[in-house]
Design a protein. Structure first.
Length: 332
């Protein structure tokens, strides 16, 4: 049998660190469990709507909850039970969430999460995702977690990843030694290694941006958008536009095929739309780990931005290294 499940893979990797106590491995396992539950819920989202509109009561008399709330509660549950995590920060919650599992206070880690990214796509059966990142806590284990535990720069990450609920469900993660992808085999209920050692192409011809906002983009981005549409065979132009409006899906396609994902500042949103902690840092980490780049448009790395508040936003350019560099040149 040549299958490697996520659980087996995590154990194999842990053997490289003989002094590790297995806490991070258990934490990754808990993330896998939560993702499987969310995948199950996402797959029956259409049916749930038939049974009762969101916000109403279903045939069992239970409240029908929005999927992003279910996703959030599932992660809070899974990580509270596990005991490796003392606190979470979530795109769904205004404040940090101290976990109250039996062992949580002694947990060494904190997790930032966007439980269901691209949620506007749920109702129309388009791919959505979960994004997560893991940091070692700064406060002393055993004490109350502190906001500074979750306000850490991406260059302090222990690991990060995402789950894409697409034609299949796939979990992609890195703990700083490359990127690996696992596809959920629903018949056995396991994530199985399907994309070992993902490396993103250095070049590509896909650009992903909400061009509807173009009138409000900085001049450099506008000129770049004219350039990508020009014809030049050697430079693979014109590029191809692909934008589905689900960051995880847009990013995942570009990671595998080559491309650049862009969410620039606009006149109305000078820091762009995407959240530093919940969306940009974890995806930037995966991008860099796969040989790509991720910047905020002035040449500096997303991973070097020091977060000042939980729901801080940053502009984002991420993907194939040469494509990110090219756009950065236009923005100088
Ligand atoms: P959400 O966290 O409210 O779902 O918003 C994030 C999503 C990303 O997945 C996607 O890249 C972006 O918003 C799309 O925004 P826009 O519709 O402005 O292009
Ligand atoms: Mg989001």
């Amino acid at each position: 049998m040549s299958i490697t499940t996520l659980g087996q893979f995590i154990i194999e990797k842990q053997m490289d660190f003989p002094f590790a106590k297995g806490e991070l491995s258990r934490l990754l396992r808990d993330i896998g469990i939560a993702s499987k539950i969310i995948s199950r819920e996402v797959n029956k989202a259409g049916l749930t709507q038939i049974l009762g509109d969101f916000g109403s009561v279903n045939v069992q008399g239970e409240d029908v909850k929005k999927l992003d709330i279910i996703g959030n509660e599932t992660f809070i549950w899974a990580l509270s039970k596990g005991g490796e995590v003392c606190a979470m920060a979530s795109e769904e919650n205004d404040d940090m969430i101290p976990l109250n599992g039996f062992y949580s206070k002694s947990g060494k880690y904190v997790v930032c999460i966007d439980p269901l990214d691209g949620s506007s796509n749920i109702d129309v059966n388009v791919s959505i995702g979960t994004i997560f990142s893991i940091y070692r806590r700064i406060s002393e284990p055993g004490t109350e977690p502190d906001l500074k535990d979750v306000l850490q720069a991406g260059n302090q990450l222990v690991g990060a990843g995402y789950v894409v609920y697409g034609t299949s469900t796939m979990l992609v993660y890195s703990t700083g030694a490359g990127v690996n992808g696992f596809t959920l085999d629903p018949s056995i209920g396991e994530f199985c290694l399907s994309h070992p050692d993902i490396m993103t192409p250095k070049d590509g011809k896909v650009y992903s941006i909400n061009e509807g906002n173009a009138a409000e983009f900085p001049e450099g981005v506008k000129t770049y958008l004219d350039w990508v549409k020009g014809t030049n065979k050697e430079e693979n132009r014109p590029y191809t536009a692909r934008y589905i409006g689900s960051m995880v899906a847009d990013f995942h396609r570009n990671l595998l095929k080559g491309g650049v994902f862009i969410y620039p500042p606009t006149a109305k949103a000078p820091n762009g739309k995407l959240r530093l902690l919940f969306e940009c840092i974890p995806m930037a980490f995966i991008s860099e780990q796969a040989g790509g780049k991720a910047t905020i448009g002035d040449g500096s790395r997303i991973l070097d931005v020091i977060p000042e508040k939980l729901h801080q936003r940053v502009p984002a350019i991420m993907g194939s290294a040469n494509m990110v560099d090219k756009l950065e040149d236009f923005m100088k």
